[in-house]
Design a binder for this molecule. Sequence first.
Ligand SMILES: NC(=O)c1ccc[n+]([C@@H]2O[C@H](COP(=O)([O-])OP(=O)(O)OC[C@H]3O[C@@H](n4cnc5c(N)ncnc54)[C@H](OP(=O)(O)O)[C@@H]3O)[C@@H](O)[C@H]2O)c1
Length: 281
Amino acid sequence: MRKKQNILVLGGKGKTGRRVASRLIEKGQSVRIGSRSEEPSFDWENPNTWEAALEGMESVYITFQPDLAVPGASDAIKGFTSRAVKSGVQKLVLLSGKGEKEAEKCEEIVKNSGLEWTIVRASWFNQNFSESFFLDPILAGHVALPKNEAKVPYVDANDIADVVVEVLLNAAHNGYTYELTGPRTLTFSEVTQEISTATGRDIQFTPISMEEYNAMMQEFNLPDGYLWLINYLFEKVLVESNAVISNDIEKVLGRKPTDFTEYANAAVKTGVWNPVAVGHQ
Ligand SMILES: NC(=O)c1ccc[n+]([C@@H]2O[C@H](COP(=O)([O-])OP(=O)(O)OC[C@H]3O[C@@H](n4cnc5c(N)ncnc54)[C@H](OP(=O)(O)O)[C@@H]3O)[C@@H](O)[C@H]2O)c1
């Protein structure tokens, strides 16, 4: 039986953090959820909240908001890791983005913090289509996105959570950087087809240009920072050199990663893609 630890899970209500926290609790670990709506609260935009959230913690799972590539992220990660060192934290596990060169600066800060560390560099999540920004177009039955030529090795948030729990609890993973991908790449039109088949709904895909996508986002009055990030992710992450499948999930967990079809069939059962349930509650 592994020693019981106090573990702070940042973004503990988000896509990976929520799954990491519930797995750790099931294993009898003591978990503090890092969230703006918990007590003590944790807010990346308010460094005054960091000390209380870190107090008494031995390990931290760091998920940054909105993304490690945004200007200012490295300052926040630097400030947070120094605070973690002062608080007596022993180990940091950082969620990073695969193919995000700018995020590597933040990875280096964690690696040079003097604490034990593991970096988990994930590809885009399957759950972006059921719990995040790609859900609305799926519900509307019409997905219009640029860069349909890009092949993305989507990874499942459940697999990420399994890896994060394993590396948090097992010192054999200290000092390693793992790249997490699913078992195959899919384009946006292939994803749309997969979800269409799984739901039995007619969901159309229309390829558009980056300019058209930007114009659409501007119509919705999305903040400039959000537009910057979406453009960064589409231009820098959706490139051929990043369409590489990794076997690190199998290396860490001793099993194959979840396939997109398996994810889609499981998501259908939750009712998340059922537009009737959303519109008429
Ligand atoms: N999504 C992907 O495909 C993907 C792929 C690779 C890497 N990543 C990385 O994963 C990380 C998480 O991204 P995500 O989009 O998937 O989000 P997410 O984990 O689903 O996180 C959403 C959570 O962020 C928290 N949050 C928002 N603003 C916050 C703030 N100012 N301070 C503290 N917490 C805040 C919210 O928690 P509360 O409301 O409870 O405070 C919310 O529950 C990012 O660093 C991203 O770069 C994401």
